[in-house]
Design a protein around this ligand. Structure first.
Ligand SMILES: Cc1ncc(COP(=O)(O)O)c(C=O)c1O
Length: 442
């Protein structure tokens, strides 16, 4: 057996501890190239852990090329050529697909709507190839269709010329920050991690602001990034008084409020909360995305910036051609014109409206819900230990669920952020069973 000790009191999950121990045995020469590792069953019995713990550790080592497997023969320390030179401390991206993701970002796209999707792309392929560079704002007909949709679904009246097409929300944010003067960026904490990374990449300081507290002072901030319709990830709708306070603070400090309106259409019982930008277009940059209503892989979004910022962005885009690809824009145009997006949103809304209470019924005895039920995920407060155990249990069943702590910077919240859009009903049932059994096991 392997000279390994696992410590359940440590924060590091058991599979990660075991993988680290095996790496150490290889680097210090205890295990040599070609040595056979114990079977997962034998090692699990020896260590007093479930077999899934050992299997997860072996999978990780396999993905990192520390070990190799031979069919029917077992798991062996990999040969020198394939052995990594440095112990890997991160999970390689290629490892991720092994778990079915219960992430907050993947929407439900009903397979019944595939025909409309194909029709849109057929139309793209039939269209005459565009000559030259695209319109720096984005395809004019698409902006018209989006203006109509924003008025209808978000209470936001904008002219097509006020819309800029972007490659998703993060692209909109990056472009915006490039057009603003110096200053920090206030971001809700916990908050959207991609936004935080994008802001940091722009060289600006991220100011942590407790997600549920009103923003009353924006001194020193060039921008404030908020999710008023559905705070990400705590789920709350920003109260009217807080909206007014935020806008007043923005006006006083000359700060642009970036409204990330990522999933507001997915309220089940009530009409979507109107956009903050509808209250004050001069101070708010509205950011929308096709990631929830079409697909995150499309990488398409739209930005309605305050007029001055819009002009600056447009002048720059005319030089840089920083628009999303014509093909995706053209496809989205057909999807909007055909009513496909409306149909997909309606179906998905029904699916989420059915799943959210099922998730709530399963978790409520063991965790406290944050915010109202809306959108394609819900967030649950638990102890840190319970959240970790639930995640380990989910992983043993083949699912990955996010920890609330991973969305926190200064905040000290613990629990789970559980997405239910990207799985089937049967998968969700299995995932819930595993998560609940993890929570119950505490
Ligand atoms: C808070 C938030 N904003 C925006 C998005 C979408 O980002 P993008 O348009 O870059 O895909 C997501 C997706 O998960 C999100 O959670």
């Amino acid at each position: 057996m392997l000279p390994v000790r696992l410590d359940r009191a440590r924060a590091e999950p058991l599979p990660a501890q075991l993988a680290a121990a095996v790496r150490a045995l290889v680097t210090d020469g205890t295990l040599g190239t070609g040595d056979r590792l114990p079977s997962s069953r034998a090692l699990a019995t020896d260590l007093g852990v479930s077999r899934a713990v050992v299997e997860q550790a072996y999978d990780q080592l396999l993905a990192e090329a520390w070990v190799s497997t031979r069919r029917g023969a077992g798991t062996f320390v990999a040969s020198g050529e394939t052995l990594p030179t440095q112990p890997s401390t991160h999970r390689p991206a290629s490892r991720e697909p092994q778990y079915t993701q219960l992430d907050a970002g993947t929407p439900w796209i009903d397979p019944r709507h595939l025909a409309g999707w194909r029709r849109a792309w057929r139309e793209v392929s039939m269209a005459r190839p565009p000559r030259g560079y695209p319109d720096p704002s984005g395809l004019p007909e698409l902006r018209e269709a989006l203006a109509e949709r924003l008025a209808r679904t978000r209470g936001l009246t904008v002219a097509p010329d006020e819309i800029l097409l972007t490659a998703g929300s993060t692209d909109a944010l990056r472009q915006l920050l490039g057009a603003l003067g110096p200053g920090n960026v206030l971001v809700e904490d916990p908050g959207y991690r991609a936004a935080v990374e994008s802001i940091r990449m722009s060289g600006r300081v991220v100011v942590d602001h407790p997600a549920l507290a009103p923003v009353t002072d924006l001194t020193g901030c060039a921008a404030a990034y908020v999710t008023p319709a559905h705070q990400h990830p705590l789920g709350r709708v920003m109260p009217a008084a807080d909206r007014l306070a935020l806008l007043a603070a923005a006006r006083a400090a000359g700060t642009v409020v970036v409204e990330d309106d990522y999933d507001s259409e997915f309220r089940y019982d009530v009409a979507p909360v109107p956009a903050l930008a509808a209250l004050d277009r001069s101070q708010v940059a509205y950011v929308g995305t096709a990631s929830k209503s079409v697909s995150p892989s499309l990488r398409l979004g739209w930005l309605v910036a305050p007029p001055e910022v819009h002009e600056r962005l447009l002048r720059r885009r005319a030089i840089t051609h920083d628009t999303p690809p014509w093909t995706s824009q053209r496809a989205l145009l057909t999807l909007l014109r055909d009513g496909w997006v409306d149909k997909v949103v309606r179906t998905a809304r029904r699916v989420y409206a059915d799943r959210a209470p099922r998730v709530a019924a399963a978790l409520e005895p063991h965790a406290a819900l944050a915010g109202p039920l809306a959108g394609m995920y819900s967030t649950w407060h638990t102890s840190a230990a319970a959240a970790r155990t639930a995640r380990t249990s989910a992983r043993a069943a083949g699912f990955d669920v996010r920890l609330l702590a991973d969305y926190c910077r200064s905040a000290q919240l613990t629990g789970l952020v559980l997405g239910f859009g990207g799985v089937t009903d049967a998968e969700l049932d299995r995932a819930l069973e595993a998560i609940v059994s993890g929570l119950r096991g505490r």
